[in-house]
Design a protein around this ligand. Structure first.
Ligand code: FUC
Length: 788
């Protein structure tokens, strides 16, 4: 009898490692428990751990809808209809946008700095690493023949960051540790001989925060001197850091002290093991092994065991990346695996139940004025952060996004009423800690875009589609989707051809050139808007069927759908980005919004709509030939697009380009600067190359590149409540295991017939030449093998 393989884990494959400390932030290693994060530099004499807490944002809520907007929306539409582009944009800027009083960025908490006595020398040996299997960073070095080790992790269980120092030199640890405060923070106070507390605030309307640092010393002693914890002649020390803000607690100091007290009662080894158990239970759900072409003999020897990737694990990670960059893309499948696993690690470390949603930088930001305020840009970036959540079996990491959407809801209702005179829920291209939804900023290129809530609400629908949680659908997803759809029904207008269209809006964030040479952004009915509307309305209709509710709303959606323009192709054979076949101002633009329907949407499909799929291909080729994919996230989206187009080699080429052009030595994504969307979208893209489940069918190895001829994969999820394991050889599926979480009809896309079995029993399946169908029972795992 065949059973699912348990794969042996080799930690070296899932470790980022370096021969020296980080010289700059882009070399430091991220740790995080969703809420509390650090960037570990690993410097010997003066260690630095740059810290973040997810609710430390400058300033308070803005709730600043432009109070005059209501009267100008029809006026802007009229100007657009009359072809008065510049006048329409001029009025949009003044009439719709909320004056930015001040920007409200996500901010750092501060730095934990550690000054070691007598360590100002070159070490004899040095090693720094981040183990993705345990979510523990560590540094080991040798000085004067003595060994020193540091371990760093952020525990979701104990809600603290722990930094552990050990040495084989008796009493060999003497150092001062302090929390570097920001110029505008109140300072640090002493709470006990072993505890200091940093006091901070984020402007008069913003949150106040506390960060407590406590030393647990073995041998030697601890006292405070000035702002420092002073540790003398210890054998081992654990530094515990807790941080909280008034966003969650009235008295953050009290909570910090409770968390420090609780953690300090546990032996370090217990803190560590509990952290590893909690983290690895989620991280270990998915395993990916990739190998290139392997000789037949080797395959025979390896039999059903997993083939090792060609891994230069002996090279430090930065050197390995550089090798790829210098050779312009020589295969390093181990690095691809590492990048994929790092994406899962990062999502788990910056978005967990109880934390806030991942910002543009996850939780890792060292600037008080970060690019784009390190907030939530919801015209692609925040959504991309969550693409791996369901597919890569980290569904609980999606929860903070749902809470963000729910926090936005009351604001979005007000914005819908005050700006557009509409019901329902609207949001524009940005939101923040407070879930603001107004038309933000002064940039017409980005701001005039009221589809943010609609796109985000589809994430709740996707959560349902993957897990089939009826309760979630009825209590949380559908009510939000319905309000996002309500807004659109009220907001869309009829054009001169009787079609229902959105507008004023934009195609993020590209410009078109009108026949008279004038360039513009603001328009009626850009392609992505209409694709999102169609996706959302269809999802709502399906939800009303599943929940047997709202027949009149359902009817309203159905009749609206009949009047919404479909996807059109233009003069370059491309998918049109706007309702008219305008020339793009920037044909290589980083946003490829008109392909929403290809990914994450599914109206364009290689099998169901081959002509549109061809147009999507032309669109990508056109973007790329004009320099597209130049930001990390754009490149990551391109991987997902090629994967959906079943173009494995092109998808892989873009994985390589992501690593070559848009990746820092710590493997964080370079927009540039650092943005986490490229990491997370890239990881999702790699998964999407191997498993897809849109359009009602599961596709196994839909975009397998030639270079990944052999490999295996365990634990990805497919829509319909499935978990999938795959094994392939010489570019062909060897076997698949599909575990069903509920009874139903499983549909697999396949070019060849597959035999289905459950244990030793054959399962009846119907194959029509492209789709294999068989009934599944809840909790059972089915084995699929090609019939030769
Ligand atoms: C969008 C993108 C930019 C950047 C910003 C945060 O505006 O166009 O490239 O990622 O979001």
């Amino acid at each position: 009898m065949f059973s699912k393989q348990t794969q042996a884990v080799d930690n070296r494959q899932n470790t980022l490692w370096y021969k020296g400390p980080a010289g700059k932030w882009q070399e430091a290693l991220p740790i995080g428990n969703g809420r509390l994060g650090g960037m570990v530099f690993g410097t010997i004499a003066q260690e630095k751990i740059q810290l973040n807490e997810d609710s430390i944002w400058y300033g308070g809520p803005k709730r600043a809808n432009n109070s005059e907007a209501l009267q100008y929306v029809p006026e802007i539409r009229r100007l657009l209809a009359e072809g008065k582009q510049q006048e329409a944009e001029h009025l949009s800027r003044m009439g719709l946008m909320s004056a930015p009083k001040y920007l409200h960025p996500y901010q750092p908490l501060g730095d934990l700095l550690i000054y070691m006595l007598g360590h100002e020398r070159q070490p004899e040996v040095y090693h720094r690493e981040l183990d993705l299997e345990t979510a523990i960073a560590s540094v080991t070095y040798k000085l004067d023949g003595f060994e020193y080790k540091r371990e760093y992790f952020s525990s979701a269980v104990d809600q603290i960051v722990a930094v552990r120092f050990t040495t084989n030199k008796p009493g060999g640890l003497t150092f001062g540790a302090h929390l570097m405060r920001r110029p505008f923070d109140a300072g640090t106070k002493k709470l006990a001989d072993d505890t200091i507390m940093l006091l901070g605030e984020c402007g008069t309307e913003g949150v106040k925060f506390r960060a407590g640092l406590k030393a647990v010393v073995e041998g030697g002693r601890v006292q405070t001197i000035g702002d420092f914890l002073s540790i003398e002649n210890a054998d081992a020390v654990t530094l515990l850091l807790a941080a909280q803000t008034t966003f969650r607690y009235e008295d953050p100091e009290k909570v910090c002290l409770e968390q420090l007290a609780a953690a300090s009662l546990k032996p370090y080894e217990q803190l560590k093991q509990v952290h590893i158990a909690d983290y690895s239970a989620m991280f270990g759900r998915v395993r990916l092994k990739l190998s290139g072409a392997v000789e037949q003999d080797a395959i025979a020897v390896a039999s059903s065991e997993v083939l090792e990737a060609a891994l230069p694990v002996s090279l430090p990670t930065d050197a390995r990346l550089k090798r790829l960059q210098d050779s312009d893309g020589e295969d390093d499948l181990g690095l691809v695996q590492l990048y994929f696993n790092y994406g899962r690690y990062l999502l788990l470390s910056c978005s967990r139940p109880g934390s806030l949603a991942a910002t543009l930088q996850g939780i890792w930001n060292d600037s008080y004025t970060p690019p784009w305020e390190s907030k939530y840009t919801i015209n692609i970036n925040t959504q991309m952060n969550y693409w791996p959540a369901e597919l890569c079996n980290l569904t609980e990491c999606h929860e903070p996004l749902f809470e963000l959407i729910e926090r936005m809801l009351p604001n979005g209702r007000l914005t819908a009423q005050e700006v557009y005179g509409c019901g329902g829920f609207v949001a524009h291209h940005n939101t923040n800690l407070w879930g603001d939804t107004h038309v933000e900023g002064i940039l017409v290129t980005a701001s005039i875009w009221p589809l943010g809530a609609a796109w985000l609400s589809l994430h709740m629908w996707e959560h349902y589609r993957f897990g089939l949680d009826q309760q979630f659908l009825s209590k949380r997803a559908y009510p939000i989707m319905k309000e996002a759809a309500r807004f659109l029904l009220d907001y869309m207008v009829e054009d001169e051809k009787g079609r229902l269209i959105t507008g004023p809006s934009i195609s993020p964030e590209n410009k078109f050139i009108l026949p008279n040479g004038i360039t513009g952004n603001v328009c009626m009915g850009p392609a992505m808007d209409l694709q999102i509307v169609r996706t959302l309305f269809n999802a709502c209709i399906e939800a009303t069927d599943l929940l047997s509710c709202d027949p009149s709303f359902r009817a309203e959606l159905s009749s609206a759908l009949e009047r919404i323009p479909g996807i059109e192709t233009g003069k370059h054979g491309q998918v049109m980005e706007w309702l008219e076949d305008y020339e793009e101002y920037d044909p290589g633009h980083r946003h490829i919004s008109q392909l929403f329907a290809l990914h994450p949407g599914e109206q364009i499909d290689v099998r169901r709509t081959p002509e549109l799929a061809l147009a999507a291909k032309r669109t990508l080729e056109r973007r790329l030939s004009h320099g597209g994919g130049h930001t990390g996230w754009s490149r990551a989206w391109i991987i997902n697009f090629w994967a959906r187009l079943a173009e494995g080699n092109l998808a892989y080429e873009n994985v390589r380009q992501l690593l070559i052009k848009s990746t820092y030595p710590n493997l964080l994504d370079a927009h540039p600067p650092f943005q986490i969307d490229g990491n997370l979208g890239g990881a999702a893209g790699i998964a999407e190359m191997l498993l897809q489940s849109h359009g009602g069918v599961i596709a196994l190895l839909p975009a397998l590149p030639e270079a990944w001829a052999n490999g295996s994969l365990k634990g990805l999820r497919a829509r319909g409540g499935y978990e999938v394991d795959l094994e392939w050889r010489n570019g062909s599926l060897q076997q698949a295991f599909i575990e069903a979480s509920s009874a139903g009809l499983c549909r697999i896309y396949s070019e060849t017939e597959l035999a289905v079995s459950l244990g030793d029993e054959k399962v009846n399946a119907v194959f029509d030449g492209s789709v294999l169908e068989f009934d599944v029972q809840k909790g059972e795992t089915y084995r699929l093998v090609p019939i030769n």
